[in-house]
Design a binder for this molecule. Sequence first.
Ligand code: NOJ
Length: 492
Amino acid sequence: MMKFLYILCSLASCYAALNNKKFPADFMFGAATSSYQIEGAWNEDGKGENIWDYLLHTNRTYSLNGDNGDTTCNSYHNYKEDVALLKNLNVTHYRFSIAWARLLPNGHINEINEAGVEYYKNLISELRANNIEPFVTIYHWDLPQALQDEGGWPSSNIIDVYADYARLCFRLFGLDVKYWMTFNEPKQTCWQGYGVGTNAPGIKSPGIGEYWCAHNVLKAHAKAWHIYDEEFRPRQKGQVGIVIDSNWWEPATNSSEDQEASETKLQFTFGLYANPIFNGDYPEVMKSHIKRRSLAQGFQKSRLPEFTPKEIEYIKGTADFLGVNMYSASLVAAKQNQDVDGMGFDHDDEVKVWYSESWKKGASPWLVVTPWGMQKLLRWIKNQYNNPRMIVTENGYSDYDGTLNDDDRISYIQGYLSGVRDAMVEDGVNVFGYTVWSLLDNLEWVYGFTNKFGLYHVDFNSPNRTRTAKKSVGFYQNVIRTKCLVDECIEI
Ligand code: NOJ
C-alpha cells in the first residue's frame, strides 16, 4: 500500500502547473542533430566508412526495416535548407556533430579529406551568416570502421588517435566555433556499443569491454580538453564540455533501500562519467560494487580499471560546461536477489529498474513522459558537482507517424522546459540553455525511421527529402520569442 501511494504521489507532480517565470533574456534555445542520423552521402566525396555504415550494411536485421543512414535526410546536400529551418525557428544555437570519417577517412591524421573540411566550413559559415551559434559535438557515435578494426574504444591506442582528430577540429574550425562537446552520451557508446551490443559496433562484452571503453573515453576527453586549453583557448576563447545522459531514477518507495538504489543508479549512469571529470575518480559505490562482484566471480582484481593518482588529477576539472541529455524517468528499487554471476553495469549496480504502466509512452521503447524528473535530475547534478554551468543538450519526443499535428510533442517539451525553469528558479541550478532533439525527423539508429523526433517532418520517400514544419515549430518559435511557457509570464 505504501509503495502504491508513493508512486501515485510522484506521479501527481507530473501534472504540476507549468512554470510561469520568464526565462532570462540570454537563455539559449536551440535544436540538435547528429552526423550519421541526418547527413547521408555515406560514401560521397571521399568519406570513409564508419561503424554504423559497416554494421547496417553487413547485417540487415540490426535495424528496423533494415533502415540505414546512407541517404537519410540528405543534409550533406541540404544543409542550407536546414539552416533556413533553424533561422525560421529563430534558435540561438544549432547542435550538430562532425563525422570523423568524413574528415579523416581512415580515422588517422595522415589523410585529411578536403571535401569533408569544406562541408563543415560551409555549414559553420552558413550558421554564422544567420547569427546561429554552432555547438559542435566532436564524437556522436560514428567511429571510423578502420579504427574499430584496430580495437575501437576498448583499446587504449584510441586515446591519442582521438586527440589528433580533436586537435584537427579545433585547428580547422575553432575560430568560428565557441562551444565544443568532446563526446555525446559516452554511456551509450560504451554500454550499448561494447557491453550489450545493441549499438554499433555491436560487441557483447558486458562488464568488461564497456568499462575499458569508458576508461579510454574519459582519458580521450581529458586529453582533448587539455589540448584546447593549452593550444587553442588563448586565441579562440571557446569552451569545451561533454554531454552525459541519464534518466531520473525515482525510488519506488521511500524506504532507505530504494532511496539508496536511486543514488546508486545515478552514480552508475551519470557518475561513471561525471565524477572523474568534476570530482575526480570513479564514484566510490561503483568501485566497491564492481570489485566485490569481480572477486566473487573469480577475477584477480576489479573489472573496473583504476586511474593512477596522476590520471585522476589530469581528468579532474576538464569541462567548461556540462551538457545533459534527459528524456525519461524510471522507478528503481534495491534488487532482492543479487545474482553475483551477472555481468555488466546493469548487474553490477544491483538495482531493479522499471517504468510505471501508467506513464504515457513515446514511440521509443525507453521514452516515457515524466517531466517532473527533469528538475530532480538537474538538482541532483547541481548538488553532486558543485553547480556546474549546464545546458540541456537533448530532450524531445518521438512518435511513429510523424504527424504534423504534434500536440503530444508540444506538451512534452513544454512540461520538461517547465522542469528546467523550476530547477533554475527553485534550486538555483546553473542552466544556460536548452536544445530540443531534434530539428528533423531522422534515422533513429536501430529503430530506423520508425521513431520520429523532428520539429520538421521529413518525407523520406521524396528525392529531395522535403521538410515540412509541424505544429511544434510554431510552439517553439513562440517560446523563443516570449521566453515564456504560458500565456503570461512573470519577470523575475
Ligand atoms: C540520444 C542520442 O544522442 C541521439 O542520437 C538520439 O537520436 C536521441 N537521444 C534519441 O534517442
